[in-house]
Design a protein around this ligand. Structure first.
Ligand code: ADP
Ligand code: ZN
Ligand code: MG
Length: 479
C-alpha cells in the first residue's frame, strides 16, 4: 500500500507598507512599473538597506510558530537568471535562517498531530511576467520586485491532503490575526508549493517532486490526489520518479513537468556582501513577545467563555479578522455581544453574500448598526424594520432615523390602529378566520402576516397577536 508523504514550502508576502530594501510602496494593483526605484529594479551599484518591520514580522511569526529565533542570522545571494529578476540574484537566507525548529498543531480527521517546521527565512519577491496572448509578447512588471517575503518550510510530516489544508488554514489564521500577511490567495500574497513522494507504509522516504501554481485549497487537494496516483502508477509499472518541479494546471486537473529540480549548488549561493548580519537582541524579542496580538483561537475562547457566544457562531465570526473586528466594535457599542453575533451571522453574512463582498473588503458603520440593535431591543422597531434598515445602512450607509421615518418603520404599538387593522383583515379574510375558529392553527400565522402587511410591516407583533386572539375569540370581525 503506497502512501503519500508531503512537505510544504509557503511563501507569504509581509504586510509592510514599503519594500524590503528600499522605500518603494508595496501596494497591490498599481500601474505596472510605477512602484520601482534603482534599488528594487536592480541597477548596478545600489545598496540594499533592510526594512526593520520585516525583521519584526519574521520574529513575530517565529514566536507564534514556537520557533527558536536566531540572534545572528545572515543573508545569502541566490543567483539565477530569469526575466522577472532584474538583478539576476535574489537576497535570501540559506545557511542561517532567522527562525528554526518550530511547530504547529493541527486536527484533521478527528486526529491531533504536530507538524514540525524546519525554518522560516526572509527573502525578496521577484517581479511578475504577464503573457499577452493577443500579441504573443511577454510583459514585465517590476512592482513586485523587492516585496518582502517569509518562506516557511515544514518537514515532510503530512500524510493527507486534509492535513495540508488544515495546516494552511491554521497558518493563514495566524498570519492574518498577527497582521503579518493579508493572505489574499487571489493576489498571490500567500503561495504554497507541495513536495510529495510516496512510500510503502512506514518505509523509507522516496524521491519527491515539487508542485507549484496551487492557488486554492481545493486545487491543493486535487493536486495531492493526482500526484499520488501518478507516482504510484510509475513505480508500480517498474519506473522511477525523477526529482523535478511540476506545474499544476487546475483546469486540466493535471500537473506538467517544468524543469528538473535545482539543488542549492546550482544557485551558487554565497553570503550577501552588501548586507550586514541580522542581529536580533533579547530586548527586541521580548518587546515583540509582549505585543503579540490576540489570535483567532484565543478570540473564539473568549467569545464563548466571556460572552456566551455559541461555538458555531464564534467560528463564523472569527473566520476572518475583519469580521471579528466588526463584531467586537458592535458588541462594545451596542452593549450586547449576543445580538451583535446574531446580526453578523444572520443579516450581515447574508448581505455580504448577496452583494459578493469578500470579508477583507467588509466595511460597515458600527455606530449606526449598534444604534439599530438598541432600537430593536427597546421595541422601537420590529424585526422586519430592523432588517430593512440594516440592509439600507449596509448598502447605502443611510441615516437610520431618516430612513425609519421616511419608510414609516417605527413600531406601531398604537392599540387602536392595530385593532382597526385586525378587524379589516378579518373581514377581508373570513375564510381564514373561520378556519382558525374551526381549529386550523396554521390560519393564525397567515392572519398575523396579513395584519403586519396592513400595518406596512411596522406593527408590534406582540400587540397584533394579542389583539388578533382577543377579537377572534370574541367572535368579533365575523361578517
Ligand atoms: P531543497 O533544499 O531541495 O529545497 P529541502 O530539503 O529544502 O529541499 O526540502 C524542501 C521541502 O521538501 C520541504 O518542505 C521538505 O519537507 C520536503 N521534502 C523533502 N524531502 C521530501 C520527501 N522525500 N518527500 C516529500 N517531501 C519532502
Ligand atoms: Zn524600490
Ligand atoms: Mg529548499
Amino acid at each position: 500500500m503506497w502512501e503519500p508523504v508531503i512537505g510544504l514550502e509557503i511563501h507569504a508576502e509581509l504586510s509592510t507598507s514599503t519594500k524590503i530594501f528600499c522605500g518603494c510602496s508595496t501596494e497591490f494593483g498599481a500601474e505596472p512599473n510605477t512602484l520601482v526605484c534603482p534599488v528594487c529594479s536592480g541597477m548596478p551599484g545600489v545598496l540594499p538597506r533592510l526594512n526593520e518591520a520585516v525583521a519584526v514580522y519574521a520574529v513575530r511569526l517565529g514566536l507564534l510558530l514556537n520557533c527558536s529565533i536566531n540572534p545572528n542570522s545572515v543573508f545569502d545571494r541566490k543567483n539565477y537568471i530569469y526575466p522577472d529578476l532584474p538583478k539576476s540574484y535574489q537576497i535570501s537566507q540559506l545557511y542561517t535562517p532567522v527562525c528554526t525548529d518550530g511547530k504547529l498543531e493541527i486536527t484533521s480527521g478527528g486526529k491531533t498531530k504536530i507538524i514540525t517546521i524546519r525554518e522560516i527565512h526572509i527573502e525578496e519577491d521577484a517581479g511578475k511576467l504577464i503573457h499577452d496572448p493577443l500579441s504573443g509578447n511577454t510583459l514585465m512588471d517590476f512592482n513586485r520586485c523587492g516585496i518582502p517575503l517569509v518562506e516557511i518550510v515544514t518537514n515532510p510530516d503530512f500524510e493527507t491532503a486534509g492535513e495540508v489544508a488544515e495546516f494552511l488554514e491554521n497558518l493563514k489564521e495566524i498570519l492574518m490575526y498577527a497582521d503579518i500577511c493579508d493572505c489574499k490567495m487571489q493576489e498571490g500574497s500567500i503561495r504554497a508549493d507541495i513536495n510529495l513522494s510516496i512510500r510503502q507504509k512506514g518505509g523509507e522516504l522516496g524521491v519527491r517532486t515539487e508542485m507549484k501554481n496551487l492557488n486554492s485549497f481545493k486545487a491543493i487537494g486535487r493536486a495531492v490526489e493526482s500526484e499520488t496516483k501518478r507516482q504510484t502508477e510509475i513505480i508500480e509499472s517498474g519506473g522511477k520518479i525523477t526529482q523535478e518541479t511540476r506545474r499544476w494546471d487546475d483546469n486540466k486537473q493535471k500537473s506538467f513537468s517544468m524543469r528538473s529540480k535545482e539543488n542549492a549548488n546550482d544557485y551558487r549561493y554565497f553570503p550577501e556582501p552588501d548586507m550586514q548580519p541580522l542581529i536580533i537582541s533579547d530586548d527586541m524579542i521580548n518587546g515583540i513577545k509582549n505585543t503579540l496580538p490576540e489570535l483567532g483561537t484565543q478570540k473564539r475562547e473568549r467569545y464563548e467563555k466571556d460572552w456566551h457566544i455559541a461555538k458555531n457562531d464564534a467560528e463564523i465570526i472569527t473566520s476572518h479578522k475583519n469580521i471579528a473586528t466588526v463584531f467586537e466594535e458592535l458588541s462594545e457599542k451596542s452593549g450586547s455581544p449576543s445580538e451583535s453575533a446574531n446580526l453578523i451571522t444572520g443579516e450581515i453574512m447574508r448581505l455580504m453574500n448577496t452583494h459578493s463582498i469578500r470579508p477583507e473588503n467588509l466595511k460597515v458603520n458600527c455606530d449606526k448598526l449598534s444604534y439599530l440593535i438598541k432600537l430593536e431591543h427597546s421595541g422601537k422597531i420590529n424585526g422586519n424594520s430592523y432588517k430593512k434598515t440594516v440592509a439600507a445602512v449596509f448598502k447605502d450607509n443611510v441615516e437610520p432615523d431618516d430612513y425609519i421615518m421616511k419608510h414609516g418603520l417605527l413600531m406601531n404599538s398604537d392599540n387602536d390602529a392595530v385593532s382597526r387593522a385586525v378587524k379589516k383583515v378579518l373581514s377581508d379574510n373570513s375564510v381564514a378566520a373561520d378556519d382558525y375558529r374551526n381549529g386550523k392553527e396554521k390560519a393564525f400565522g397567515f392572519l398575523m402576516g396579513a395584519v403586519m402587511k396592513e400595518l406596512r410591516g411596522s406593527g408590534n407583533p406582540e400587540i397584533i397577536r394579542k389583539s388578533l386572539t382577543e377579537i377572534l375569540s370574541n367572535g368579533d370581525g365575523r361578517i
